[in-house]
Design a protein around this ligand. Structure first.
Ligand code: ADP
Length: 301
């Protein structure tokens, strides 16, 4: 197969590993810098131009689109889809998963467990929304935050009110969420490929911190997940329409709760902690599934 990896740099661990895994299996791989792709939208014959030349159509594309370039990145991916290239994750699914609120609404429709979550816009409704999620302690999240930045634990109702008022004053979108104390500062990252969880790790926050993000000093370790956790992660990825996803779960007293579904999950933490060749499994999935024009939307979404 001829595979393109949409990524800002070939030096990123995940990009490098996907390149290696594809080459080991005899595929031709090219890393294409997403922000250097440009295209003529009006043309009848969709094409992509890159650093002064037209890209030859490839069989499959692996989108590794960072949160900060979602808008442009999904437009480039859509153009690949219009050319008939098989996307590992399709553009509509990537767009869906990048909107935290929309994702939770879609998961809720399908009855997937999640922390009780409220959303409001007017300062006058703050009191009601705090009640709605069960009062303090609670977690306030900025919708456009990543890597734990913009996730605040409010221990008291007073603190929650002040934080919510402050964020609202800045005109940013926020959600308010029940605090899952029993998770003990840990979450579970399930790496889904197709209809399987191929690897899972537990991420534990450093002492005195409740956010377990590795970027916030959390540590990763191996974990054996339950059948319920496994099926929740697979269903969550499926609801989002993602073939490959990093599904983050919290272990609560009433079962697994989905926090987030990530469409470009990193490989470094999970491969290092589990010793598994996750990149290889992704390429194997593509070998089995990549067919021309085989996307649900073909860029129509
Ligand atoms: P980001 O997308 O910025 O990583 P998350 O929503 O994943 O934000 O939150 C960051 C971390 O904070 C999570 O990995 C988890 O450890 C902790 N966390 C988030 N929401 C809750 C919650 N409702 N209850 C308990 N811990 C939470």
């Amino acid at each position: 197969m001829r595979i393109s990896i949409l990524s800002r740099s070939r030096r990123i661990y995940s990009t490098r590993r996907l390149m290696e895994a594809a080459r080991e299996r005899g595929h031709e791989v090219e890393v294409v810098d997403t922000l250097r792709c440009y295209m003529n939208i009006a043309s009848h014959r969709p094409t992509i131009h890159y650093r002064g030349h037209q890209l030859d159509p490839c069989d499959a594309v692996i989108p590794r689109i960072g949160a900060s370039i979602t808008f442009y990145g999904t437009a480039v991916l859509r153009q690949f889809e219009m050319m008939g290239t098989f996307p590992l994750n399709e553009s509509v699914a990537v767009t869906r998963s990048r909107d935290k609120l929309r994702s939770l609404q879609l998961l809720s429709r399908k009855g997937i467990g999640m922390p009780v979550t409220g959303f409001c816009r007017a300062a006058a409704d703050i009191g009601d929304v705090i009640e709605m999620v069960g009062g303090a302690p609670l977690v306030v999240k900025l919708l456009e935050g990543t890597q734990g930045i913009g996730v605040v634990l409010c221990e008291t109702r007073k603190a929650a009110e002040s934080v919510l008022e402050a964020f609202m004053g800045l005109n940013v979108s926020i959600m308010v969420q029940e605090y899952i104390k029993e998770a003990g500062g840990a979450d579970i990252r399930c790496f889904v490929v197709g209809d399987k969880v191929v690897a899972a790790i537990k991420r534990q926050a450093k002492p005195g911190e409740f956010r377990s993000n590795l970027h916030r000093g959390g540590t990763a370790s191996l974990i054996k997940i339950t059948p319920e956790e496994r099926s929740t992660a697979v269903r969550a990825a499926k609801v989002m329409g993602l073939n490959v996803a990093g599904v983050d779960l919290l272990r609560s007293n009433h079962g697994p709760l989905v926090m987030e579904v990530n469409s470009s999950p990193g490989l470094e933490g999970i491969e290092t902690a589990t010793g598994k060749d996750v990149a290889g499994m992704i390429i194997t999935f593509m070998e089995k599934n990549a067919k021309k024009n085989k996307t649900r939307t073909r860029g129509r979404g």
